[in-house]
Ligand binder design. Structure first.
Ligand code: GDP
Ligand code: GDP
Length: 433
C-alpha cells in the first residue's frame, strides 16, 4: 500500500516550503549528483519509521490565472481520491480567503483524513490567530512554521497515525509495472504481451489495493503485471492531468518489484523520467529502462551505444541498469524485455552464500583496505547479506564510523562486479563487531 500525503492549498501559503522540509535530507543527496532533479514535486519521506511519499500539489499548477483556480479544485478532488492523507495548508498571516473556503468545502465532503496546517505561525503570539480556521469544520488546527520547522513534528505524528499497516503480501510471484510518460507505448506493450486473447489474463483485484494485478503465464514466464490504467475512475476528473498520472504511477511503482521505465526513442530521457527513476531507486525497486519506438530512429552500428551512454549520464550515479531497445509495433525485443525483467528480479531476490561473500569480499578489502583515519586502521572481520526484500550487506569491523562514502561506493562497485546486481539498488552498512 502506497502511503501518499498530498499537500493542498492555494498559492503562497507555504506548500513547497513544507515539502522541502519534509524531504530535506533526501533532496540534498539527490542534488549532489545532478542538477536535473531539483524541480521535484514528489519525494519519499520518513517519519518515526513510517515511509510515505509527499506530493506538493502546487508544483503541478501551470498556466494563466483563470485556469488556476480550476486546476486547484481538480487537484483537491484527485487528492481526495488517490492520497492516503491530505494536509490542507492555510496562511495565518492572511487568514481565510474565498479559495480557502472553497477548498475546505470540497474537503469536508470527503472521507479521507484531512489535517489543517496553519502555516507561518513563526511566533507563539500568532497561535491565537489560527483559531479562525476552526470555522472550516475540519477538526484540529495544527500550528506550524514551515520556515523554522516548528509544529511540523506534531502534524506528522497525526498524519502517519492514520496510515494503514502494510498488508502481508499474498503472492510470491514477481510484480512488474510499466511506467513512463503518455504515448511512449505502455498500453501497446501490455496488449502485445497479453495478446488478442485477453482470456489468458485474470485480473486479480485486491480488496484494499489501488491497482489491478494481471496474472501472466506464458512462454516460460510467470509474473504479475501491475496495471493502474485499467482501473475505473471514481469521479470525473480529467485523466490527462499530470498530477493524476503521477499519483497513479507512484502507487503502481510501490506495489511492484521491478519497474519497466519506458521512453520514446525520439525524446530520450527527460526530467520527468528521471524523477520516476529516482523514486524507483529510493523505493529500492528493480529497474529496466525500455527505449521504445526504436523502429522510428535512423541508426547505424553506433547508435545504440550512444543512446545508452546518454541515458547513463543522466541517471548517474546509479548506472548499473539494463537498457532494452524495443519496437512494440514491430514486435522487436518484447520477450527480451521480459527476460531482462526476470533477470533483474532474480538479482533482487538472490542470496549470496556467506562463505562465497567472505571469500571474495575480504580479498577485495585486503587488496585495497579502507584508508586509515587519525592513525587508526580499519579491520573488516566478516561480511554477510542481511535478510530482506532487497540486497543489503553488513560489513562488520572495528571502526565503522571511520568508513567514508567513497569507500562504500568502491565496495558497492566490487559487489556488482563479482555478483551481478544489474538493475537493483543495493544497501551497504558498516557495523561494529
Ligand atoms: P506555495 O506557493 O504554497 O508552495 O508557497 P511557498 O512555499 O512558495 O511559500 C510562499 C512564501 O511564503 C515564500 O516567500 C516563503 O518563504 C514564505 N513562507 C513559507 N513558509 C513560511 C513560514 O513558515 N513563515 C513565514 N514567515 N514565511 C513562510
Ligand atoms: P501509452 O500512452 O504509453 O500507453 O502509449 P500507447 O501504447 O497508447 O502508444 C502511443 C502511440 O505510439 C500509439 O499510436 C502506438 O501505436 C504508438 N507506438 C507504440 N509503440 C510503438 C513502436 O514501437 N513504434 C512506433 N512507431 N509506434 C509505437
Amino acid at each position: 500500500m502506497a502511503n501518499i500525503v498530498a499537500i493542498v492549498g492555494r498559492p503562497n501559503v507555504g506548500k513547497s516550503t513544507l515539502f522541502n522540509r519534509l524531504t530535506e535530507s533526501r533532496k540534498a543527496i539527490v542534488d549532489d549528483f545532478s542538477g536535473v532533479t531539483r524541480d521535484r514535486h514528489y519525494e519519499t519521506a520518513e517519519w518515526i519509521g513510517k515511509n510515505f511519499t509527499v506530493i506538493d500539489t502546487g508544483g503541478f499548477v501551470h498556466g494563466s490565472d483563470d485556469v488556476f483556480e480550476e486546476a486547484i479544485r481538480d487537484q483537491v478532488h484527485i487528492a481526495i481520491e488517490e492520497a492516503s492523507a491530505i494536509i490542507f495548508m492555510v496562511d495565518v498571516t492572511t487568514g481565510i480567503t474565498d479559495l480557502d473556503d472553497e477548498i475546505a468545502d470540497i474537503l469536508r465532503r470527503s472521507s479521507k483524513p484531512v489535517y489543517v496546517a496553519a502555516n507561518k505561525v513563526d511566533h507563539a503570539k500568532l497561535h491565537h490567530d489560527s483559531a479562525e480556521f476552526y470555522a472550516f469544520g475540519l477538526g484540529e488546527i495544527y500550528n506550524v512554521s514551515s520556515a523554522t520547522g516548528s509544529g511540523t513534528g506534531e502534524l506528522l505524528d497525526a498524519v502517519v497515525s492514520t496510515f494503514e499497516d502494510e498488508p502481508e503480501d499474498d503472492t510470491t510471484l514477481a510484480k512488474y509495472t510499466i511506467v513512463g510518460r503518455p504515448n511512449v507505448g505502455k498500453s501497446s506493450l501490455t496488449n502485445a504481451l497479453l495478446g488478442v486473447d485477453r482470456n489468458i489474463v485474470t485480473p486479480v483485484a485486491g480488496t484494499t489495493r489501488d491497482s489491478i494485478r494481471i496474472h501472466y503465464k506464458q512462454f516460460g514466464h510467470e509474473f504479475l503485471l501491475i496495471d493502474t490504467a485499467g482501473l475505473r475512475r471514481k469521479s470525473k476528473v480529467n485523466e490527462d492531468i499530470e498530477f493524476y498520472s503521477v499519483m497513479r504511477t507512484i502507487k503502481a511503482l510501490e506495489d511492484s518489484d521491478v519497474v519497466l521505465l519506458m521512453l520514446d526513442a525520439n525524446d530520450g530521457i527527460e526530467a520527468q523520467d528521471i524523477n520516476i527513476f529516482h523514486l524507483a531507486e529510493k523505493n529500492r525497486k528493480g529497474i529496466v529502462i525500455v527505449v521504445n519506438k526504436w523502429d522510428t530512429i535512423d541508426k547505424d552500428n553506433k547508435t545504440m551505444k550512444e543512446f545508452e551512454a546518454r541515458i547513463k549520464e543522466k541517471i548517474a550515479p546509479f548506472t548499473d541498469i539494463p537498457i532494452v531497445f524495443t519496437s512494440v509495433t514491430e514486435k522487436q525485443r518484447i520477450f527480451k524485455t521480459l527476460e531482462v525483467a526476470a533477470k533483474v528480479y532474480e538479482n533482487k531476490t538472490k542470496k549470496i552464500p556467506t562463505s562465497k561473500l567472505n571469500e571474495v569480499m575480504l580479498q577485495v578489502i585486503e587488496n585495497y583496505p579502507p584508508p586509515a583515519l587519525k592513525g587508526k586502521y580499519i579491520k573488516v572481520k566478516y561480511v554477510t547479506q542481511l535478510p530482506g526484500r532487497t540486497p543489503m550487506f553488513a560489513f562488520f569491523c572495528n571502526l565503522p564510523q571511520y568508513v567514508k562514502d567513497p569507500y562504500k561506493r568502491y565496495i558497492e562497485n566490487k559487489l556488482r562486479e563479482h555478483f551481478d546486481f544489474e538493475g537493483v539498488p543495493i544497501q551497504i552498512y558498516f557495523r561494529q563487531k
